[in-house]
Design a protein around this ligand. Structure first.
Ligand SMILES: NC(=O)c1ccc[n+]([C@@H]2O[C@H](COP(=O)([O-])OP(=O)(O)OC[C@H]3O[C@@H](n4cnc5c(N)ncnc54)[C@H](O)[C@@H]3O)[C@@H](O)[C@H]2O)c1
Length: 255
């Protein structure tokens, strides 16, 4: 049976647990025919353990997206394994505890700076690190949590996601000439490690129980994974700088 990623080579960041959105992107990508390479943070051994649960084997490369050394060596390591890339998935987010959970007015700039570096600037760093491998064009896909709104508890991750969304549009602008598309999935709440590290995220997620037109399951990251794979495929050939909501429809509800 043919898949929508047949013959494509995809680098996927952010596989930490089975609850990671990236794990489901990798699973669906392999099911759809892609060859997948994973990057790992903080330890390759953790990601290697989870990668064993994928339908097919996937090589794991260590990558702290704030490390210039790791970014500089990434292209060579990926080239040795796959030769080139057709797609890159940025599934990375982090903010220090004092930037989350209701401390917005008191968060020091050092913590804001870390959140911005890891969660937003890294989309540019990762894309540029992979650029030498995408000479035939490609698709870059990242993950946001709708940054049009001021959410409770989400605090400085909100401005970090707004920066990510803008960064994606600027990358789309500057890389279009090289046939590289850059798009985001705006996902509804998923009970991953990143979400659990936000105090009170469960209460925020309850909004989906009452407002989502489509039934929403926080324990199911697969819809987001399928959205990522769709954007990696050739079925969005002229779409770039776009944000596709995989949120059950909450983003468009008035009340
Ligand atoms: N869980 C949600 O409700 C939700 C909703 C919308 C968007 N998102 C976004 O989806 C993406 C993936 O998150 P997730 O929910 O799957 O959680 P997750 O905890 O499984 O994934 C977050 C990933 O970020 C990686 N990471 C953190 N710091 C890093 C660094 N310095 N270098 C490289 N990688 C680093 C972690 O290793 C981890 O794999 C994030 O961008 C997150 O903000 C999540």
């Amino acid at each position: 049976m043919s898949g929508i990623l047949d013959g494509k080579r995809i680098l996927i960041t952010g596989v930490l647990m089975e609850s990671s959105i990236a794990f489901h992107a990798a699973k669906v990508a392999q099911e759809q025919g892609a060859e997948v390479i994973l990057t790992a943070f903080p330890r390759p051994t953790l990601t290697e353990r989870i990668a064993k649960k994928l339908p097919k084997p996937a090589k794991v490369i260590e990558l702290d997206v704030t490390s210039t050394e790791h970014l500089d060596r990434l292209a060579d390591l990926v080239r040795d394994e796959l030769g080139s890339l057709d797609g890159v998935v940025h599934s990375i987010g982090f903010a220090p505890q004092d930037a989350l959970g209701g401390n917005f007015l008191n968060t020091p700039f050092e913590s804001v700076s870390t959140a911005m570096h890891v969660s937003a600037f890294s989309l540019k760093s990762l894309t540029m690190a992979c650029l030498p491998l995408m000479s035939e064009g490609g698709s870059v896909v990242g993950l946001t949590f709708d940054a049009q709104f001021a959410w409770p508890q989400y605090d400085w991750m909100g401005p970090a996601k707004a920066a990510l969304e803008a960064t994606s549009r600027y990358l789309a602008r500057d890389l279009g000439k090289q046939s590289i598309r850059c798009n985001l999935i705006s996902a509804g709440p998923i009970g991953s490690m990143a979400a659990k590290s936000i105090p009170g995220f469960g209460e925020l997620a309850e909004v989906w129980n009452t407002r989502s037109p489509l039934a929403w399951d926080m324990a199911d990251p697969e819809p987001a994974g399928r959205g990522i794979v769709a954007l990696l495929s050739d079925f969005f050939p002229k779409t770039t700088g776009e944000i596709v909501h995989v949120d059950g429809g909450v983003h468009m509800m008035g009340a």
